[in-house]
Design a protein around this ligand. Structure first.
Ligand code: MRU
Length: 346
């Protein structure tokens, strides 16, 4: 199943995404053919997760060019629409990164842009496979217990990437090596990416897991039930500070207190050397309705507002290791992504 599922692909005429808002009950697809459709899908999290957003951004430039042809846009309108796509969600660096990979090729024509966009997609899958191998190696060298019991937060699986997953890529690799134990899945308030998406992915492959409320994570870790926490990332600053789904910081603090590794698995496209520290990472604030209501039913007094940051920043000192497709960096030991040259891709 994992081999066939793609969160996002190019059909020849449209960007086809799995509609992540319909999971876990329905596996359905949306074919998107214009910029408005794609920006809307990104904003309502029908496609989400940093690397999947990158793929959407790259393919979205192709959609924008086609729409420009159909509707007779001038060059400045095309640039404006691509710009709208680039900032549809602000925290994940992959979205802007991927748009920036392909937009400079617009003058060379659609075929060249499409080829570059498809390369972004293919490179992400290859990156995830390598992240899985490197992450599993790192963990198996340091965690004595077998099988390895994992805690994860949000969804950094095949849905959040183009295939295989970053954090869940490491889990899948551990499974393939016969070393995966129970996976604790934080439900991930307020939109339940853990319960709806991560649990769905694990269930598809019969990987043993338990969904828990986010508030249970610290006590599960301190009770000694977890050997390692593995999460993805939306943006990694040059010093190793890491933005990921709100609640990741609490998991990192609990891991530090318990003395277990906190592993961040992400492609190099998530590393943003242009942002020196986590203080410079833009944190998306989302609508209050996500917090004070559920499926349209109010869960708080009508006059209550909500504080709803979508992400938090884990300081580098709490990150045991950053695993990318090219390297492992150990910020908790003082290593910083900016200090180590990235080995060239083979
Ligand atoms: O708001 P979301 O669901 O897009 O947040 C996604 C996350 O925080 C993921 O953990 C992150 O993008 C890594 S995905 C491989």
């Amino acid at each position: 199943m994992t081999e066939e599922l793609r969160s996002i692909r190019w059909t020849g005429t449209a960007v086809r995404i799995i509609d992540q808002t319909a999971l876990p009950h329905t596996l359905s697809y949306l074919d998107i053919e214009d910029v408005d459709g794609l920006v809307g899908a990104i904003r309502r999290l029908a496609v989400r997760g940093a690397p999947a957003l990158g793929a959407a951004g790259a393919l979205g430039v192709v959609l924008a060019m086609r729409q420009a042809g159909r509707e007779g846009w001038a060059a400045d309108r095309l640039a404006e629409e691509i710009g709208r796509l680039r900032v549809a969600r602000p925290t994940a660096s992959n979205l802007a990164w991927a748009v920036d990979q392909v937009e400079p090729l617009v003058a060379e024509g659609e075929a060249v842009v499409l080829e570059a966009a498809l390369r972004v997609v293919a490179d992400d899958e290859a990156a995830n496979r390598e992240i899985g191998r490197r992450g599993a190696d790192w963990i198996l060298e340091r965690v004595a217990r077998r099988p390895v019991r994992v805690l994860t937060h949000c969804n950094a699986g095949l849905l959040a990437t183009t295939a295989w997953g970053s954090a869940l890529g490491v889990v899948r690799e551990l499974r393939d090596r016969g070393q995966i134990g129970l996976v604790y899945v934080d439900e991930t308030r307020p939109l339940l990416q853990g319960a709806r998406l991560t649990a769905w992915e694990l269930e598809q492959e019969s990987i043993p897991h338990l969904v828990q409320v986010d508030a249970a994570a610290a006590s599960t870790i301190l009770a000694g039930k977890v050997d390692v926490a593995i999460i993805g990332a939306d943006r990694i600053a040059a010093n190793g500070d890491t933005a990921n789904k709100i609640g990741s910081l609490g998991v990192a603090i609990a891991c530090h207190y318990a003395g277990i590794p906190f592993v961040v698995a992400a492609p190099e496209s998530t590393v943003d050397l242009g942002t020196p520290t986590g203080q410079g990472i833009p944190i998306e604030m989302r609508d209050a309705s996500e917090v004070v209501s559920w499926l349209g039913v109010p869960t708080a007094p009508a006059s209550s507002g909500a504080h709803n940051p979508a992400f938090d920043v884990t300081p580098a000192g709490l990150v045991s290791v950053l695993v990318t497709e090219r390297r492992t960096v150990e910020p908790a030991k003082g290593e910083r992504p900016e200090q180590r040259p990235v080995p060239a891709a083979s």
